[in-house]
Ligand binder design. Structure first.
Ligand code: SF4
Ligand code: ZN
Length: 316
C-alpha cells in the first residue's frame, strides 16, 4: 500500500502506508494507529457506552475482531484508571476449532495484562455444541448450528458477566458484521432480530448491557491494525460456519462498498434512525424471568431453555 504521497495528517511528513477508500485520506503507520483508536474512543463517547468506574467484560473468541477490541480497550482504558477489564471466552465445545482459539484468547489477555476466564457450554448446560448438534440432527436435522450456538452463547455471556460483576459486556462486532446482519434480517423478514436493540440502558437487573465499540470500524482496517501491531489471532473458520446467505450478503456488500465507498456507513446510519423510532416499542415489551432457568427473557421460557428442553426431552 506504500505510495509516494505524504500522510494527510497536519504537520506529519511521513510516507503514506494506507489510503482510505472512503475519503482518500492518506495515513502513515503511526497516524493510522492514532486514528484507529480515536474513532473507537469517539464511538464509545458518543453512545455513552461506558462510565469511568465500569468493570467491562470483553467477550474474546480469539478471532481478529475480539482480539483487536481487547487491545484497543486496553489502550483507551489507560485514560480511565478506575475502569477494569476482564476477558472472557465462551467455550462452545467445538472439537478441533475452539482449542486453538482459546489459546490465542488467553495469550492476548496475558499480553494485555487482563484477567481471563473461560465459561463452557458443557459446564453451564451439560451439553457441548458438538453434542447438541449431533442430537438435533437426529431429532429434525434442520436446526442450524449458528442459531443454537448464538442463543446459548448469548445466555452464557450474560451469566458470565453477572457472575464476574461486570457492568458492561463489550463484543467485537465491526461495521461489516453490523451491516451484513441488518441486510440478512431484512432479507429473511426476521423482524424479531431486526429490532433487537443493544442499549446501554439496563432493561433488567439480571441483564448486563452489551456494547459494540468497533461498530464503526470496517473489517479490512481491523486486519491492518492487527498486522502493523503484530497482534496474533485465531484465523481458522469454525467448521459449522454455514449461512450461505451471509456469504452472499457479505460479497454483495463488498462489491457495493468497492464501487460506492461509504455504502456500509450509509446502511448503518439509516438503520440507526429506524431503530430509534422502534426503540420505544421494544422497551415496552418488557423483560421477565424464564420460568425454567430464571434468566432474563422476553418470553415465558427463554430460547436457550427451549432448545435444551427439546433436545434433552427427546432422549436421543
Ligand atoms: Fe458458533 Fe456458528 Fe460462530 Fe461456529 S460459526 S462459533 S457455530 S456462531
Ligand atoms: Zn431459560
Amino acid at each position: 500500500m506504500l505510495t509516494k504521497q505524504k500522510c494527510s495528517t497536519a504537520k506529519c511528513n511521513m510516507q503514506t502506508f494506507y489510503v482510505s477508500s472512503l475519503n482518500g485520506r492518506c495515513f502513515c503507520v503511526d497516524c493510522f494507529k492514532a486514528f484507529f483508536i480515536k474513532r473507537i474512543s469517539q464511538t464509545i463517547t458518543s453512545k455513552k457506552m461506558f462510565s469511568p468506574n465500569d468493570r467491562i467484560m470483553v467477550a474474546v473468541s480469539g478471532g481478529a475482531d475480539s482480539v483487536c477490541l481487547l487491545h484497543s480497550l486496553k489502550i483507551i482504558e489507560k485514560r480511565f484508571p478506575k475502569v477494569e477489564l476482564i476477558a472472557v471466552t465462551i467455550d462452545e465445545g467445538i472439537a478441533g476449532y475452539r482449542e486453538g482459539a482459546l489459546e490465542l484468547a488467553k495469550l492476548n489477555a496475558e499480553r494485555s495484562g487482563v484477567e481471563f476466564a473461560v465459561y463452557s457450554l458443557k459446564e453451564l448446560y451439560g451439553v457441548s455444541l458438538d453434542e447438541l448438534i449431533s442430537k438435533t440432527e437426529k431429532v429434525n436435522g434442520a436446526l442450524k448450528a449458528c442459531s443454537l450456538c448464538g442463543v446459548l452463547r448469548r445466555k452464557a455471556i450474560n451469566t458470565a458477566a453477572r457472575e464476574l460483576g461486570a457492568d458492561r459486556v463489550a463484543t467485537g462486532h465491526n461495521l461489516d458484521d453490523e451491516t451484513q446482519t441488518i441486510l440478512l434480517n431484512l432479507l429473511r423478514g426476521d423482524i424479531n432480530h431486526l429490532t433487537r436493540f443493544n442499549s446501554t440502558i439496563r432493561k433488567h437487573k439480571q441483564l448486563i448491557p452489551r456494547v459494540k465499540p468497533l461498530e464503526r470500524v470496517p473489517e479490512p482496517e481491523i486486519s491492518l491494525y492487527l498486522y502493523i501491531n503484530d497482534i496474533p489471532y485465531h484465523n481458522v473458520h469454525c467448521p459449522y460456519a454455514e449461512s450461505a446467505m451471509r456469504t452472499d450478503v457479505r460479497n454483495f456488500l463488498y462489491q457495493q462498498e468497492n464501487k460506492h465507498p461509504g455504502t456500509l456507513y450509509g446502511i448503518q446510519n439509516a438503520f440507526k434512525r429506524i431503530q430509534e423510532s422502534l426503540q420505544k416499542n421494544i422497551e415496552s415489551k418488557g423483560i421477565r424471568l424464564c420460568q425454567i432457568c430464571s434468566e432474563p427473557s422476553v418470553n415465558e421460557i427463554c430460547k436457550a431453555c427451549m432448545i435444551l428442553e427439546t433436545v434433552i426431552d427427546d432422549k436421543v
